[in-house]
Write a protein that binds this ligand. Structure first.
Ligand code: SF4
Length: 381
């Protein structure tokens, strides 16, 4: 039996995760995160950054879940890792069991584990993704309160890339109006030059538990922002949440900030990928560890758009099962397919008849996920 890996769980449990994530198995070594980013989706109402705990080893990674995603809900290289070394233990277990790892961090301590990461990289079993949303130090220190400086993250990423460890970047969240178009272009260009591979982008998701305090943080940062008015136009202070999970703004308000990033990344020679928008899918990532990726809703929509006429479940499921999604995930996707919620915010529409639910491509996205959720709530009143 191999070394135990702390809390491995299936993250694909809702329409929100199907929109944003292309991995299934997530592993956390800690609960809480001392970096205390103001926009963190996992903060909750209490002080997320003050009570970081280790999580006991409870599970062996299930090979059927595929790749391990480390660092989605807590940073694996926050200060506690210096003494606890739980992340290093997970990496050792992954190497021992030949489990592929996608590691997401804002931490520079990852340099300590170059030895294991190099071994994993030699077998095509790892990618280290650095999260950087701005090169503006004043904004970074306001929004990512105790995380290492962006310039230090870039230096660390360069070091890893120099050791032949696959490196990518996550610009998440992209916050409309935070950076100027020129700054986003420069950010994309720099990240592309270091990675040489791909840069992901995800537009800010609002969450009920932290939205009020985050809006206040943005008010305080107004003088450092490119345009606080752009931010305010994209998101209301009093968002009407249908559920607790994240909702994003539409592509229109995000475009002035998002698209220059894409231009910078492309000019820098890397692939730009955004899971938020239907024409920017993860479909192009097929090599390396991405051979284990699952389709997001937008990848599904892109596939539907390749089919002639209306697509019904059996045809879709035949394609979907090639990704080995597992029975529970398949049931979730089927229920969203039947309720006509799966493709909300994508360029696919249902056939509208009373018979079996089918979908076909359309040339425009007529509604965003956010506006639809809000509108549904209003309609029920
Ligand atoms: S580093 Fe990640 S998990 Fe930690 S506070 Fe920031 S966004 Fe949240």
């Amino acid at each position: 039996m191999g070394t135990e890996i702390p809390r491995v769980f299936d993250f694909q449990t809702s329409i929100e995760t199907l929109r944003a994530h292309h991995w299934r198995a997530f592993a956390d070594a800690y609960s809480g995160c001392a970096f205390n980013c103001q926009y963190c989706l996992y903060k909750g109402p209490d002080d997320y950054g003050r009570h970081v705990r280790t999580i006991d080893a409870t599970a062996i990674a299930d090979a059927d879940l595929g790749i391990l995603d480390i660092g989605t809900s807590t940073d694996p290289y926050q200060p506690i890792e210096a003494t606890e070394k739980r992340t290093r233990t997970v990496l050792e277990a992954a190497l021992e069991q030949r489990i592929p790892v996608f590691l997401l961090t804002r931490g520079t301590m990852v340099e300590r584990d170059v030895d294991i990461l190099s071994d994993l990289a030699r077998e095509g079993l790892v990618e280290v993704c650095f999260s950087v949303i701005t090169l503006n130090e004043a904004l970074a220190s306001r929004l990512e309160v105790r995380a290492p400086r962006p310039a230090d993250r870039l230096r660390t990423a360069e070091h890893l890339a120099g050791q032949s460890i696959p490196v990518s970047f996550h610009v998440a969240p992209v916050i409309p109006g935070l950076n100027s178009p020129a700054d986003m272009d420069e950010l994309g260009f720099e990240l592309a030059g270091i990675s040489g591979r791909h840069v992901f982008a995800a537009v800010l998701g609002a969450q009920r538990a932290f939205w009020g305090s985050f809006y206040g943080v943005m008010d305080d940062a107004a003088a450092d922002c490119h345009s606080i008015d752009e931010f305010r136009a994209a998101y209301g202070r009093d968002l009407d949440f249908e559920r607790s999970a994240a909702v994003t703004c539409g592509l229109g308000p995000a475009s002035p900030t998002l698209m220059p990033l894409r231009e910078g990344v492309t000019r820098g020679g890397a692939l730009f990928v955004s899971e938020n928008f239907p024409h920017l899918t993860t479909g192009a990532l097929e090599g390396g560890i991405y051979r284990w990726k699952l389709p997001t809703v937008y990848d599904m929509a892109a596939w539907v758009s390749t089919r002639p006429g209306t697509v019904y479940w059996n045809e879709f499921d035949h394609w979907y099962q090639e990704f080995r999604p597992g029975p529970e995930l398949t049931t979730l996707v089927k229920s969203l397919w039947d309720s006509r919620e799966l493709f909300v915010g994508a360029a696919v529409k249902s056939d509208g008849s009373d018979g079996p639910v089918g979908y076909r491509t359309t040339s425009v996205v007529t509604e965003s996920a956010r506006t639809t959720l809000v509108a549904r709530r209003a309609a029920r009143r």
